[in-house]
Design a protein around this ligand. Sequence first.
Ligand code: CAA
Length: 240
Amino acid sequence: MARVAIVTGGTRGIGEAISLALQKTGLTVAATYAGNAERAEAFAARTGIAVYQWDVADYDACQAGCAKVAADLGDVDIVVNNAGITRDGTILKLSYDDWKAVIDTNLGGCFNMAKAVFPGMRTRKWGRIVNIGSINGQAGQYGQVNYAAAKSGIHGFTKALAQEGARAGVTVNAIAPGYIDTDMVAAVPADVLEKIVAKIPVGRLGQASEIARGVVFLCSEEGGFVTGSTLSINGGQHMY
Ligand code: CAA
């Protein structure tokens, strides 16, 4: 039977590309989404990928959601923690709510999902967790203390959990995308984005499929000796 993978935020942007790429390798994929049901249903109809709505920042919702996926599709062997939001602003303007929403979703979501699936992976002696970090968690970014802190936290979380999973066949890795051609990056003011792209050595934004390719490798059988690593896919913008 095909292994089951959950991709959080898996119906749009980088997550959509990851869901499709994992499906292509023969996995059974479940994609979660936070709010846009119409778009998610259209995605499900187009791709045949099952979609589930829950908020990754909600611990109980992750427990219930992962149990539902397991009941519907089978034991969950792979989780890609991709769901993330931005609430950009300099610290003078950033509210506590902007801080908390980004930390709870981007970093808290990784914890909540791992709590739901890690015990089963350990018991079955096989698992893959891939956390989507960011170049801005490695290098920082003006106007993103919340996002950079959450993404930087993901990189530490990955290395710690990797140590807990290693003996049980559960690998935990991160990918740190640079600026990728998605709605999230399109929301950056054009003049700011232009300056950012000018600093990318390959001279362009990345494609979501270029991140998905890395996820496929980390989730594969052959990726079993790779754990606790961060794969930077950023066009050379930050060499870490
Ligand atoms: N370093 C130093 N100073 C900077 C700066 C920088 N990088 N960027 C701007 N400034 C300065 C400006 O020159 C300006 O100075 P003056 O007032 O003296 O002219 C001052 O800071 C205010 O700048 P803004 O006008 O840009 O301030 P704002 O409040 O209007 O906007 C902002 C702030 C919302 C953070 C805006 O700059 C912005 O959107 N920046 C982009 C943030 C970004 O890259 N987000 C990434 C989103 S995509 C993503 O996160 C995916 C991923 O993983 C990569």
